[in-house]
Design a protein around this ligand. Structure first.
Ligand code: ADP
Length: 451
């Protein structure tokens, strides 16, 4: 079968390390690139390396990276035929995906219908139940008032977690450990949901005590072919945000992996999903519970790339261009082990953001060490955006080699002028529980409190 042609020119609607990651994939595929940037990012690496660039507004995200009209104009002016939204910003915005399509351009992601379906977490859970995927036990839908909240919590059993229907980034989540705590948690969750997502609807789930966060990477084309590329274990979290991720999970074996993979492949194919995506699960006492699906490439995708040898961004671009998947499930073999340390520009103890100028920079290297970062000496980390400034992604033939290599790479990494959480990662790499692979989603918070 002759494949559909790839795009001529892609506009990258993002910034930072992910914009660079996409730019590199485009260049290798012979696709021209357009960078967009705010005034604060004029000196950014993605702007320097792109074939063309357009300034689309002032520093605040809402006036630049979230400014749909400005981004579409930039695509028109430069004649880009597709838009890659990256992660965050407009990557899960169905309205934007629709606007891109109405402009006669391709949104590099799933259909707006699938984004909508998974963006509403209640609909996402209902859909997964229908597709035969087990979900976290909880309320049937949104919870409209305090009284119903108390009743529902009693039915589910304590502790419960109240979550924002349109939530993301760990925001709008509150735990209630008894009936007395429900009204307050309910009010707070709603207020946080309203402030962050403009939608105050919340739902409720059983709050699991010792789960691991295990997510499955999927890849599908528009012809009904769906495969998975194994799992990532993202249990090391602070404030429900991932810090350190591993592939494969130290807690799964080949049999469990294959079983979960089959359930996931079937659901994705049945949905008619196209693109890359991630199904997030909690895993406790041998049971998986679906939490949500991310309909985009994820920050932690490189660890999957290292253990499977598949370039996920290239595959994403190919299926968005309407090409048929060349990979089958049998082609996917998990080899060795990979770990990603998210390097945030934050103080390693207080987690206070630390923007500013990088006065000295030296990235680690060597066999199996990949650094995805837009930093360079003299670069100024602006205060307006996410604090992620680099991803240290390390491969080893097995987990123990991988952890030693993480330690050694962290020791080489020099970032002066700002604080980063490298010292935290250095400690993590030496922790007995981490070395043993014995941790759950609450492990890091408990550890930080005990110091
Ligand atoms: P977000 O979209 O905000 O990231 P998620 O639903 O993915 O929200 O949850 C983020 C994190 O919160 C999970 O990785 C997990 O650590 C924790 N979490 C979510 N649901 C539950 C639950 N029912 N019980 C315990 N922890 C949970």
């Amino acid at each position: 079968m002759t494949q559909k042609p790839l795009f001529d020119k892609i506009l990258i609607a993002n910034r930072g390390e992910i914009a660079l990651r996409i730019l590199r994939a485009c260049r290798e595929m012979g696709i021209k690139t357009v960078a967009i940037h705010s005034t604060a990012d004029a000196d950014s690496m993605h702007v320097r390396l792109a074939d063309e660039s357009v300034c689309i507004g002032p520093a605040p995200s809402k006036d630049s990276y979230l400014n749909m009209a400005a981004i579409l104009s930039a695509a028109d002016i430069t004649g880009a035929d597709a838009i890659h939204p990256g992660v965050g910003f407009l990557s899960e915005n169905a309205t934007f995906a629709r606007m891109v399509e109405e402009h006669g351009k391709v949104f590099i992601g799933p259909t707006p219908e699938h984004i909508d379906m998974m963006g509403d977490k209640i609909t996402a859970k209902k859909t997964m139940i229908e597709l035969g995927v087990p979900v976290v036990p909880g309320s049937d839908g949104g919870i409209q008032d305090e009284e119903i909240a108390v009743e529902t919590a009693k039915k589910i059993g304590f502790p419960v977690l109240i979550k924002a229907t349109s939530g993301g980034g760990g925001k709008g989540m509150k735990v209630a450990r008894s009936a007395d705590e429900v009204p307050q948690a309910y009010k707070l969750a709603r207020a946080e949901a309203k402030a962050n997502f403009g939608n105050d609807e919340v739902y409720m789930e059983r709050y699991l005590g010792k789960p691991r966060h295990i997510e499955v990477q999927v890849l599908a084309d528009q012809y009904g072919n769906a495969i998975n590329l194994g799992e990532r274990d993202c249990s090391i979290q602070r404030r429900h945000q991932k810090i350190w991720e591993e592939a494969p999970s130290p807690a799964l074996n080949a049999k469990i992996r294959a079983e979960l993979g089959q359930v996931v492949n079937k659901a994705i194919a049945k949905m008619g999903y196209r693109g890359v995506g991630t199904l997030e699960f909690l895993y406790e006492n041998g049971e998986f519970f679906f939490m949500e699906m991310n309909t985009r490439i994820q920050v932690e995708h490189p660890i999957t790339e290292l253990v499977t040898g598949v370039d996920l961004v290239k595959e994403q671009i190919k299926v968005a261009a309407g090409q048929k998947l060349q990979l089958t499930q049998d082609d996917i073999k998990i080899n060795g082990h990979a770990i990603e340390c998210r390097i945030n520009a934050e103080n390693a103890e207080t987690f206070i953001p630390s923007p500013g100028e990088i006065t000295r920079y030296h990235a680690p290297g060597g066999w199996g060490v990949r650094v995805d970062s837009h930093m360079y000496q003299g670069y100024r980390v602006p205060p307006h955006y996410d604090s992620l400034v680099a991803k240290l992604v390390v491969y080893g033939h097995d987990r123990s080699e991988c952890i030693s290599r993480v330690e050694s790479a962290l020791r080489e990494y020099v970032i002066d002028g700002i604080d980063t959480i490298i010292p935290l990662h250095q400690k993590l790499a030496k922790e007995t529980d981490i070395v043993a692979g014995d941790y759950d989603i609450h492990w890091l918070e408990k550890k930080l409190k005990s110091h």
